[in-house]
Design a protein around this ligand. Structure first.
Ligand code: UN1
Length: 494
């Protein structure tokens, strides 16, 4: 059954698009579920013009009242959680239990950011001159552009749009064309919650057209992007030319370190969840296991045993643990890394193949895969694969484990399993990623903490947490002199 073709959402109106459309494919079955507009740069200009007008009024609405709107959004999402989760699995493929978790992440973000309506804290600070007052406040920036990926189509959208809206900005949002249904649903929820027209606009389409038009538009003052490093780099270059603020959240090559004193069973369970959950298609997914040589054999054996218990299939069926890959291109990229790993001399000890046959319909499935005896400088140890593939890299010491972890160009998430408190503290200091876990896998960030990474993963900004507000506000320093006379800073100071 095809759902109705998706419209864009501009100035509070659902606008049917008359140009080219693309099919949205259920990755579990290969069937088309709906169609999505491939909008033009003209559509972007229309959305920006309307956002610009709407933003002026929205910024005048007191922030606590803006917050009440987000509480309503959170409440509607809660009431609709099961429906949203099912649609999320339909378009993205992730298993239903994880889809429920992702929707919950969005609900959490709504209530958290709604509360910011009564905080949005600035600072007051003494002035250096008498009878003078000094403070800093956050100001909205204007129209912001959001470009979001298919792997967390609702959670990442809430990480970006909720802080933008609570801070008094208007939004032009380009969701991934693979997963537009979540955007359609979220825009509807905003509408039902009473968001004024034009504060949120959704323009579907390709990055090369809609994304580029957003990056180039002079009235979009900030771009917040999550996606590939390659695209992020070109967005940042363009934004640099336009002196446009840009927040980037890109690739990862996250590792779990398993030390010789680790709880091995806990490590095995956590590796399975971090590496093969979401079929490895998380920025935070574990794709390297750095294991102390003393426990390597045991860990490898237990992993292979447990991997056999992972049920693979359509994520809408309860009990399935590993769903499909997003599309054919994703599948081919993973396959190419299997060939690369073999060629480089890593040992393939489990999985490694595309899954076909009647159980898998025309869907895109890949077996959970384990390489062992991988080396630090192999491409499978350095490059993002974005699939259910993990490489074991044996090491001789704690120091070597840290060195291997830090050897990649990315810096999103890392993890260490150990019972030694001294190692725990040394590791959380020395692991060079934006997120560090101790005795837990590399996934599962909570929304009230900053999400993002160092080095090639980002450019110093963070999604979610109170830190997300820094992306969508300008700091304004305000001085009020009530002395009634000229007082010169740095000069008339006694
Ligand atoms: C992503 O993979 O881009 O920490 C987001 C996690 C989730 C979010 C992942 N809360 O794994």
């Amino acid at each position: 059954m095809e759902l109705k073709k998706l419209p864009n959402y501009i100035n509070g109106e659902w606008k049917v698009f008359s140009g080219d459309m693309a099919h949205v494919v259920n990755p579990a079955t290969g069937e088309s579920v709906t169609q999505v507009p491939l909008s033009t740069s003209e559509t972007v200009r229309e959305a920006v013009a309307t956002a610009k007008v709407a933003q002026k009024k929205w910024a005048q609405v007191p922030a606590p009242i803006r917050g009440e709107l987000l509480y309503r959004v959170g409440q509607i999402m809660m009431n609709r959680k099961e429906k949203l989760a099912k649609l999320l699995t339909l378009e993205n493929g992730k298993v239903i239990e994880e889809a429920r978790g992702e929707v919950q992440e969005g609900i959490d973000m709504a209530f958290y950011m709604a509360g910011e309506g009564r905080r949005l804290f600035g600072q007051t600070t003494p002035a250096e001159l008498p009878n003078k007052f000094a403070m800093s406040v956050r100001s909205p920036i204007g129209v912001v552009g959001l470009i979001t990926p298919w792997n967390f189509p609702i959670a990442i959208a809430t990480w970006k749009s909720f802080p933008a809206i609570i801070a008094g900005n208007a939004v032009v949002w380009k969701p991934a064309t693979e997963t537009p249904i979540m955007a359609y649903e979220l825009a509807q929820i905003f509408e039902e919650a009473g968001l004024p027209k034009g504060v949120l606009n959704v323009v579907f389409g390709r990055g090369s057209v809609v994304g580029d038009a957003m990056v180039e538009h002079p009235d979009i003052k900030v771009i917040s992007f999550t996606g590939s490093t390659e695209t992020g780099r070109s967005i940042a270059t363009e934004c640099g030319r336009h002196l446009k603020k840009v927040s980037l959240e890109m690739g990862g090559k996250n590792a779990i370190i398993v030390m010789d004193d680790a709880d091995i069973e806990l490590a095995v369970e956590s590796i399975l969840w971090s590496a093969f959950g979401t079929s490895g298609q998380r920025c935070t997914a574990c794709s390297r296991v750095i294991v102390h040589e003393a426990v390597k054999e045991t860990l490898e054996k237990r992993l292979i045993e447990e991997m056999k218990t992972l049920t693979i299939g359509n994520g809408l069926e309860e009990g399935i643990k590993v769903g499909p890959i997003i599309n054919q291109a994703g599948l081919e990229k993973i396959e190419s890394y299997i060939a690369i790993g073999k060629e480089e001399g890593a040992k393939l000890v489990a999985g490694g193949s595309v899954l076909n046959g009647k159980d898998y319909a025309e869907g895109f499935y890949f077996e959970p895969t384990l390489f062992t005896d991988a080396k630090i400088d192999m491409r499978i140890s350095q490059e993002e694969i974005f699939g259910p593939v993990v490489s074991l890299i044996p090491v001789k010491s704690f120091e070597e484990a840290i060195e291997v972890n830090n050897s990649v160009m990315y810096g999103l998430s890392s993890s260490i399993f150990t019972r030694d408190v001294n190692r725990v503290f040394a590791a959380q200091r020395d692991l060079d990623t934006g997120i560090v876990y101790v005795n837990a896998g590399t996934t599962g960030a909570e929304i009230h903490l900053p999400f993002g990474g160092t080095k090639g993963t980002g450019n110093g900004h963070r999604d979610s947490g109170v830190q997300a507000l820094d992306v969508f506000t300008e700091w304004k320093a305000i001085y009020v002199d009530y002395s009634g006379k000229l007082q010169r800073a740095q000069i008339d100071v006694e």
